[in-house]
Write a protein that binds this ligand. Structure first.
Ligand code: HEC
Ligand code: HEC
Length: 397
């Protein structure tokens, strides 16, 4: 009797553990080998680099974890750390990322004074260069995005997202998304579908690992072998104290990729009749046309990623968001085009939207413009109970 009760208790515990991986946990159902790769990846993700290992000369932080932590101590989320991008509008209206002055991504820290064989030198943080008379300067702030569950997105075939765009174009052309086509440096620069970043500017977690290693931390790697020139001054790189080139032989990039690939989706908050009704309201007023509720991964050698159904509340496509756009162009994502931000884990986000301007869900919705304007107007005209239920639903994500 007792044994039976203990066994069924254990079963219930195991079941609930399987059903609710917490923020920062690995996917459930990983093999021992995959779990070991997750842990090694998490350690690398949490390790601060030093200048002689490749940090800098200019950088934003010394470790991924400094920006990607939360809620609480969960590794992989967001501290809401902001970054700055700048550029200028040319006379013909196109965007110039001003690489000769260190754009478009600004690195707001530097390794400071160094003394090396070539001499001594002081590296200073980058700043937005003052605009020349008549020059139209663009400055945008971007918030750190949480990384939970992105392995599932990475494991979803491009055809799924292209299919969603085609269905949108047929059924609801006014909100139809654009698949972001970007060069893939892990495949000789061949075109690939961009899914990651506020502009869907990066095609995979593997490429994002190399990109962030260079652009956030200043660590060169096989995918991104060239240092960023501080404020565009490439001559100053001769004082760079990093010993090897590329700074990372590729193993660091592999580990970041492992950590993110095996990082579980955010656990869903409590659901009840009101949140379920709010889910219906969200569908009825068009939120879920872009914030697509359910996706499915393709065939995958990792069992925990093989044909898994998941609920990101995003189509990972670009949409014209009108005045909400950040004015920066990356690949074909021009100033007003932004990627639909997934809503899973929304209840833990103190700041919302790319620049963190919204601190309440209503503010975030009211900033929706362009292709999302009609959905916003439907939100404005909801009755009191429908609005209450919609908010309860969004706060359960
Ligand atoms: C200084 C803060 C900072 C550091 C350090 C940092 N990130 Fe990020 N991360 C960001 C910001 C900001 C964004 C949004 C970038 C954008 O779209 O412009 C982001 C976005 C991402 C995304 C895309 C998420 C999505 O929803 O598409 C991935 C993946 C990522 N980071 C991985 C990493 C990895 C791996 C490292 C370490 C090598 C790292 N980041 C270091 C701030 C940071
Ligand atoms: C046309 C597509 C589209 C529609 C329709 C749409 N959204 Fe969005 N949503 C987006 C995009 C794109 C972003 C990211 C915009 C940015 O930050 O610049 C976003 C961001 C958000 C955010 C902020 C998430 C975060 O973590 O920063 C919330 C909340 C949100 N949407 C809720 C809603 C709700 C609720 C509705 C329905 C009233 C809705 N959206 C309708 C495309 C859409």
């Amino acid at each position: 009797m007792t044994a039976l009760r203990v066994r069924s208790c254990l079963g219930a515990v195991l079941l609930s553990a399987a059903a609710f991986a917490d923020f920062g946990d690995p996917l459930t159902g990983l093999t021992a080998e995959e779990l070991a790769r997750f842990e090694a990846g998490k350690t690398e993700f949490s390790t601060a680099e030093e200048p002689d290992e490749g940090l800098g000369p200019v950088f934003n932080e010394a470790a991924c974890v400094t920006c990607h932590t939360g809620p609480g101590t969960a590794v992989g989320g967001t501290t809401q750390r902001m970054e700055t991008r700048f550029g200028r509008l040319r006379d013909d209206g196109t965007f110039d990322p001003m690489p000769e002055l260190g754009g478009s991504l600004l690195q707001d820290q530097a390794i400071g004074y160094v003394s090396v064989e070539a001499g001594s030198y002081t590296y200073v943080p980058e700043a937005v260069p003052p605009s020349q008379p008549g020059e139209l300067r663009v400055v945008a702030r971007r918030r750190t995005q949480p990384l939970f569950g992105l392995g599932l997105v990475d494991a979803t075939p491009p055809s799924t997202f292209i299919g969603i765009a085609i269905v949108q174009a047929i059924l609801s052309p006014s909100i139809a998304g654009t698949p972001s086509v970007v060069p893939d440096p892990s495949n000789g620069g061949q075109p690939a579908l961009g899914k990651f970043g506020w502009k869907a500017q990066v095609p995979s977690l593997f490429v994002f690992s190399g990109d962030a290693y260079l652009n956030e931390m200043g660590v060169t790697n096989p995918l991104f072998p060239d240092e960023n020139c501080p404020q565009g001054d490439c001559d100053s790189l001769r004082y760079n104290p990093a010993l090897t080139s590329p700074n990372d032989d590729g193993s660091g990039v592999e580990k970041f990729n492992d950590f993110m690939t095996f990082l579980a989706a955010p656990p869903r908050g409590a659901r009840n009749f009101v949140t379920e009704y709010g889910n219906i309201v969200a569908g009825a007023i068009g939120c879920l046309d872009c914030h697509v509720q359910t996706l499915r991964t393709g065939a995958n050698a990792v069992a925990a990623l093989n044909k898994v159904t998941y609920h990101p509340f995003s189509d990972f496509l670009l949409h014209d968001m009108g005045a909400l756009g950040d004015g920066i162009t990356q690949n074909q994502a021009t100033g007003r085009l932004m990627r639909t931000q997934p809503l899973w884990g929304l209840r833990t986000q103190a700041n919302m939207l790319h620049d963190g301007r919204a601190t309440t869900i209503s503010e975030a919705i009211r900033a929706h413009d362009g292709q999302a304007a009609s959905s916003r107007r439907e939100f404005e005209s909801l009755g009191a109970f429908d609005r209450y239920a919609l908010r309860a639903f969004l706060e359960s994500l």
